[in-house]
Design a protein around this ligand. Sequence first.
Ligand code: FES
Length: 79
Amino acid sequence: MSEAVIAQKSPIPVEVKAGKSYFWCYCGRSAKQPFCDGSHKDTGLSPVKYTAERDGRVFFCACKQTGKVPLCDGTHSGL
Ligand code: FES
Protein backbone atom coordinates (compact mmCIF):
# COMPACT_ATOMS: atom_id res chain seq x y z
CA MET A 1 0.00 0.00 0.00
CA SER A 2 1.26 3.49 -0.86
CA GLU A 3 1.56 6.38 1.55
CA ALA A 4 -0.79 9.34 1.35
CA VAL A 5 0.96 12.37 -0.14
CA ILE A 6 0.54 15.97 0.99
CA ALA A 7 -1.72 17.84 -1.44
CA GLN A 8 -1.11 21.15 0.33
CA LYS A 9 -0.22 22.32 3.83
CA SER A 10 -3.44 24.16 4.55
CA PRO A 11 -7.07 23.02 4.76
CA ILE A 12 -9.59 23.57 1.96
CA PRO A 13 -12.83 25.35 2.94
CA VAL A 14 -15.99 23.99 1.30
CA GLU A 15 -19.62 25.09 1.63
CA VAL A 16 -21.49 21.83 2.29
CA LYS A 17 -25.20 20.99 2.25
CA ALA A 18 -26.98 19.11 5.05
CA GLY A 19 -27.53 15.46 4.17
CA LYS A 20 -25.22 15.54 1.13
CA SER A 21 -22.32 13.10 0.95
CA TYR A 22 -18.81 13.98 -0.19
CA PHE A 23 -15.89 11.69 -0.98
CA TRP A 24 -12.71 13.09 0.50
CA CYS A 25 -9.44 12.20 -1.18
CA TYR A 26 -7.30 10.27 1.28
CA CYS A 27 -4.40 9.47 -1.03
CA GLY A 28 -3.51 13.12 -1.78
CA ARG A 29 -3.20 12.48 -5.51
CA SER A 30 -6.52 13.87 -6.71
CA ALA A 31 -6.46 16.91 -9.01
CA LYS A 32 -9.85 17.90 -7.56
CA GLN A 33 -8.82 18.46 -3.94
CA PRO A 34 -10.17 17.92 -1.41
CA PHE A 35 -12.32 15.37 -3.23
CA CYS A 36 -11.55 12.05 -4.89
CA ASP A 37 -11.09 11.92 -8.67
CA GLY A 38 -10.13 8.25 -8.89
CA SER A 39 -6.37 8.84 -8.83
CA HIS A 40 -6.00 6.52 -5.82
CA LYS A 41 -6.23 3.55 -8.22
CA ASP A 42 -3.35 1.14 -7.51
CA THR A 43 -2.35 2.91 -4.27
CA GLY A 44 -4.32 0.62 -1.96
CA LEU A 45 -5.92 3.75 -0.47
CA SER A 46 -9.59 4.67 -0.69
CA PRO A 47 -11.62 7.87 -0.38
CA VAL A 48 -13.51 8.61 2.84
CA LYS A 49 -17.24 9.37 2.73
CA TYR A 50 -18.35 12.43 4.65
CA THR A 51 -22.02 13.30 5.10
CA ALA A 52 -22.75 16.87 6.15
CA GLU A 53 -24.97 17.23 9.24
CA ARG A 54 -25.85 20.84 8.46
CA ASP A 55 -25.38 23.53 5.85
CA GLY A 56 -22.20 25.50 6.33
CA ARG A 57 -18.49 25.78 5.74
CA VAL A 58 -16.17 22.95 6.75
CA PHE A 59 -12.40 22.74 6.39
CA PHE A 60 -11.28 19.54 4.72
CA CYS A 61 -7.76 18.31 5.42
CA ALA A 62 -5.39 18.64 2.46
CA CYS A 63 -2.15 17.51 4.13
CA LYS A 64 -3.78 14.06 4.61
CA GLN A 65 -2.16 13.72 8.06
CA THR A 66 -5.16 14.80 10.16
CA GLY A 67 -6.28 12.78 13.14
CA LYS A 68 -9.88 13.87 12.52
CA VAL A 69 -10.42 12.45 9.02
CA PRO A 70 -11.60 14.07 6.80
CA LEU A 71 -11.50 17.45 8.53
CA CYS A 72 -8.53 19.61 9.45
CA ASP A 73 -7.19 19.26 12.99
CA GLY A 74 -4.24 21.63 12.60
CA THR A 75 -1.63 18.92 12.00
CA HIS A 76 -0.46 20.74 8.83
CA SER A 77 1.08 23.52 10.94
CA GLY A 78 3.75 21.11 12.20
CA LEU A 79 4.73 19.71 8.79
FE1 FES B 1 -7.28 10.28 -3.59
FE2 FES B 1 -9.35 8.93 -4.57
S1 FES B 1 -8.03 10.30 -5.63
S2 FES B 1 -8.61 8.91 -2.54
